[in-house]
Design a protein around this ligand. Structure first.
Ligand code: SF4
Length: 195
């Protein structure tokens, strides 16, 4: 309950009298969340607004990116209310757009590998990872490559690997993936957006 004058001024300067009340045992989480939201709204109002289009599917929803004028970094992305297609709304993928930026501290930045039968994740570098992927793809493809079908017709297809695309790849990445899959002879190719 004790609070020094200096401490009180410091706390009250942060979000008004709200935080000081927490020393009386009052739950101020909603107050803090509201203060954070107000702070964010003020930042959005003062930011440079840049419009763009969501890259994740052919609907092409409009987005507004708020860019901090001081740092040049985007700190908020939301649906564009003036856009004729989505009128401000976004699906879950589009609504989570900002979390895919570097601002998301929980974003995975390293390769994590769990060996067969292991219950532990290990950090791996990309050299190791790419060699491992290439080895597994080659071995699996060799084991299931079919040159001709039952009628003796040339088919050159791989029946032991399937590919399901991610929801977080854009149109150009999808094109690259499908070209890679077809070059390997895959026939079981699908994508989350179609499913
Ligand atoms: S992924 Fe969602 S937000 Fe993005 S364009 Fe498609 S419908 Fe719109």
């Amino acid at each position: 309950m004790d609070i020094t004058r200096r401490g009180f001024l410091h706390l009250s300067g942060a979000v008004g009298s709200g935080i000081a009340l927490s020393t009386l045992g009052i739950n101020l989480k909603p107050t803090r969340a509201y203060a954070d939201e107000l702070n964010k709204m003020n930042r959005v109002k003062a930011a440079k607004q840049v419009t763009t289009i969501c890259c994740y599917c052919s609907v092409g929803c409009g987005l507004v990116c708020s860019v901090d004028k001081m740092t040049g970094k985007i700190f908020n992305i939301e649906g564009d209310a003036d856009h004729p297609i989505n009128e401000g709304s976004l699906c879950a993928k589009g609504a989570g757009f900002f979390d895919l930026t570097e601002a998301n501290k929980h974003r995975l930045t390293k390769v994590l590998y769990r060996a067969p039968m292991s219950d532990k994740w290990e950090e791996k570098d990309w050299d190791w990872t790419l060699k491992r992927i290439a080895r597994l793809v080659k071995d699996t493809r060799d084991a299931g490559f079919v040159k001709t079908n039952a009628k003796g017709e040339v088919v050159n297809r791989c029946e032991t690997i399937g590919h399901l695309g991610s929801s977080n790849v854009d149109n150009e990445e999808c094109w690259l993936m499908s070209v890679k899959c077809r070059a390997l002879g895959l026939v079981y190719i699908d994508h989350q957006a179609r499913v």
